[in-house]
Write a protein that binds this ligand. Structure first.
Ligand SMILES: Nc1ncnc2c1ncn2[C@@H]1O[C@H](COP(=O)(O)OP(=O)(O)O)[C@@H](O)[C@H]1O
Ligand SMILES: [Mg+2]
Length: 277
């Protein structure tokens, strides 16, 4: 993995997943959602899980977070088995989980409050992180007074205040418009390049995975298995122009081949009504 300029090498946040299978549902409805996944992730690495809807990405992430039990296999972070949720594994979802009745600054400081840290220190740290995500002016607003992109920035600050070894992000920008989404991707990379926490980022958007990741883990349709791992060696820091380069297009074709194996990847032909048949 290529270290980012000026960033300290990460020492914590190694993930080891071995022969992981996850069953969901009860009785005759039970099915295997994730099948025999083995994966090692280096401390400070940015990994994207890419796969079709329903292939088990969120299930896999939920197990990493400690919210779901694996059916079989083993998940470790820094050699310790994952036995339940922990603030050192911070989760960010597509929709924010901020408390609507708390101001932005108190939402961000909440994790420190839970750890019994005094008001002054947590307010200073929350302020620093709000600066980092460009929202210090909005510290006294309530979540409902912010746009979707701003809410996700607060959410990221709320997770970062716990100094996580690992950030688990489940389509965090999936509900944002294209322009806000690109801005958030850039912001996330800037933050990651300065703190170098391990990031496992789920997306079904090939461009997003290629722009962000050091490595893309491509999953099959259900039951989710790893079908390929793609090293993404574009130089960092990455800028928006990257997506217009030949190297980017080449890897994008490879991802399309893997996600849509039967087609030859021309653009989908439109029916006379303009819908994809
Ligand atoms: N609690 C559950 N009980 C039964 N089926 C579930 C449950 N959660 C998810 N599923 C199903 O499991 C499969 C994998 O879901 P999920 O991990 O959410 O996929 P992805 O995040 O890749 O879209 C899907 O077919 C989904 O409908
Ligand atoms: Mg999902």
């Amino acid at each position: 993995m290529r270290p980012a300029p000026h960033s300290p090498p990460a020492v914590a946040g190694r993930i080891d997943i071995r022969n992981l299978s996850i069953r969901l549902g009860q009785g005759r409805q039970a099915f295997e959602a994730v099948q025999n996944v083995s994966l090692g992730i280096e401390p400070g690495e940015f990994v994207c899980l890419l796969g079709p809807s329903g292939c088990g990405k969120s299930t896999l992430l939920g197990t990493l977070a400690g919210h779901l039990q694996p059916g079989s296999g083993d998940i470790r972070v820094d050699a310790l088995p994952v036995e339940g949720p922990h603030p050192e594994r911070g989760l960010v979802f597509q929709h924010h989980t901020l408390f609507p009745w708390l101001k932005v600054v108190d939402n961000v400081a909440f994790g420190m409050k839970m750890r019994g840290i005094g008001r002054q220190e947590r307010s200073r740290e929350a302020q620093r992180l709000l600066d980092r995500v460009g929202l210090s002016e909005f510290r006294h607003h309530y979540p409902s007074q912010l746009s979707g992109g701003m809410q996700q920035r607060v959410e990221i600050a709320r997770v970062l205040i716990n100094q996580p070894k690992v950030m688990l992000m489940d389509e965090p920008f999936g509900a944002l418009d294209a322009q806000t989404r690109m801005m958030m991707q850039q912001l996330l990379l800037d933050i990651w390049e300065s703190i170098r926490t391990t990031i496992v980022f789920i997306t079904h958007d090939i461009d997003e995975a290629l722009f962000l990741a050091d490595r893309i883990i491509v999953m099959s349709p259900r039951p989710g298995r790893i079908i390929e791992q793609i090293a993404v060696e574009f130089a960092r820091p990455r800028r928006a122009e990257l997506i217009t380069t030949d190297g980017f297009t080449r890897l994008k074709h490879r991802c399309l081949e893997l996600l849509h194996p039967k087609s030859n990847h021309p653009l989908p032909r439109l029916s006379p009504l303009g819908t994809v048949p």
